[in-house]
Write a protein that binds this ligand. Structure first.
Ligand code: NAP
Length: 412
């Protein structure tokens, strides 16, 4: 039986099998190999179509008969097929994937100055793509290169910024490779990272109104190109978006923010039923981890102590994938909660007329002027939210509105 699959050293987090299976490659395998096993693999397997990932993209070159121009220029291979004459042919589909990523985001590289951060393998594919797209100038910024982080002012006129470093990637999502304020002419930001869904760099681009994209589109688009090599026929572009939606829908969190008593918990429960996703209620997590009720925390240390516990609970919740995260009404008052929530999920503001908000069991709502609280907090909810959902009297209806939006926009 011919081998279809992916080889690499550590593959437990790879989406390749899921993507290729969705594209119709039913027998796609993940094969973890140690370096000394590579030779035996090529000797024993009859290769139908395979992908190659870290750390073997260069190591496979000696086993190939033909190397495509893309792979030749990029200097490594991520796809191998056997041609009609029985020869092993190596391709690199990352440049194709990156081109699709930029086009899909509406980011034009033709005639532009493209500034790429990172001097690793992925950067070579980005350079190739930028060249194919007709970029006017392509500069790589590398810590040890001529263009480095101490002379970025040379490139204040960059129009397209690309992050091809792991800076900002899970499990260290707090990093940001560069401050976009340095590039006043920037028209597009492309980050090869797809976990978290929005890196800090992309959140900054979004806040500046600059078009951007994460690396999920590149990941799926390069796999589609590879699958086309396997099959020898073209695969509809719609497949890329369909598979992106499946991955984002499964891995991205749904975050609920809104006034105390606006119905986040009841809508969240209905949403869990509808979506099959688990709930993380950050107030419940605080009570569990501290061993005190919320009124007891307020009695002990006031709102400041509660907000500290809340910040820790939100940070932890944001390390999850594919969950419903229900936040307390005042979570938006803590600036430190902004980036973790935006990175990990699509944020829904549950909006409800202040006169109908429930006060039960909420220390800060008991005697408060809720209309005044709403006026103060509204700009914060507006800043945090990706979408606003008008809360209905029926929680099921509210949940359906959120779920419909999420199914349509999990990639946005
Ligand atoms: P890599 O070789 O591990 O890193 C790329 C380069 O990033 C390094 O050579 C280094 O360049 C720079 N770098 C690393 N750590 C840094 C730090 N702390 N500060 C500043 N620069 C740092 O990875 P790669 O294979 O080229 O991939 C780069 C990124 O793209 C990774 O996050 C990877 O997951 C992602 N990727 C995504 C796709 C996709 O389909 N979406 C495909 C390929 C790769 P210098 O030493 O020259 O500064």
């Amino acid at each position: 039986m011919k081998y279809y699959g992916l080889i690499g050293r550590h593959l437990s987090h790879s989406y390749s099998r899921m993507i290729h299976t969705e594209m119709g490659c039913k027998d796609y395998l993940h094969t973890e190999l140690e370096p000394e096993e590579l030779g035996a693999f090529f000797k024993e397997q009859e290769i139908g179509g395979m992908n190659v990932t870290i750390p073997y993209k260069k190591d496979v070159l000696p086993y190939l008969d033909i190397i495509s121009p893309d792979a030749e220029e990029i200097g490594c291979v991520n796809t191998i097929v056997t041609d009609d004459h029985g020869k092993l042919v190596g391709h690199n589909t990352d440049a194709d994937g990156f081109l699709w990523m930029a086009e899909n985001a509406g980011i034009e590289m033709g005639g532009k100055k493209v500034l790429i951060f990172g001097g690793g393998g992925a950067q070579l594919a980005v350079r190739r793509a930028a060249k194919v797209a007709g970029a006017r100038e392509i500069i790589t910024v590398s810590r040890s290169g001529e263009n480095n982080y101490s002379n970025l002012d040379r490139h204040y006129d960059a129009e397209v910024i690309v992050n091809a470093t792991p800076v900002g990637m899970y499990p260290e999502p707090e990093g940001q490779i560069v401050d976009l304020d340095l590039f006043p002419e920037c028209e597009g930001v492309l980050d090869l990272i797809y976990n978290p869904f929005r890196t800090n760099l992309l959140i900054q681009a979004e806040n500046k109104g600059i078009p951007y994209a994460n690396g999920l589109s590149m990941l799926v688009a390069q796999a589609r190109r590879a699958e086309e090599y396997f099959k020898g026929e073209s695969i509809d572009e719609c497949e890329i978006k369909r598979i992106m939606s499946i991955i984002a829908g499964n891995t991205r969190n749904i975050v609920l923010v809104g006034m105390p008593g606006s119905g986040k918990s009841t809508a969240g429960r209905e949403l869990a039923r509808l979506s099959g996703k688990e709930i993380i209620d950050t107030d419940d997590e605080i009570v569990k981890s501290v061993g005190m009720s919320i009124p007891e925390i307020f009695e002990k240390g006031g709102e400041a102590l509660f907000r500290q516990y809340e910040k820790e609970a939100i940070k932890k919740a944001c390390e999850s994938f594919g969950k419903i995260i229900i936040t307390g009404g005042g979570a938006v008052k803590t600036e430190d909660n902004y980036l973790p929530l935006k990175r990990c999920g699509r944020v829904y503001h549950l909006e409800r007329d202040a006169s109908t908000l429930s006060r039960n069991g909420r220390p800060l709502s008991q005697n408060a002027d809720l209309e005044e609280m709403y006026r103060q907090r509204l700009p914060l909810y507006q800043r945090f939210r990706d979408a606003v959902i008008e809360v209905s009297a029926d929680a099921e209806e509210t949940a359906e509105k959120i779920w419909r939006d999420f199914c349509e926009n999990s990639c946005n």
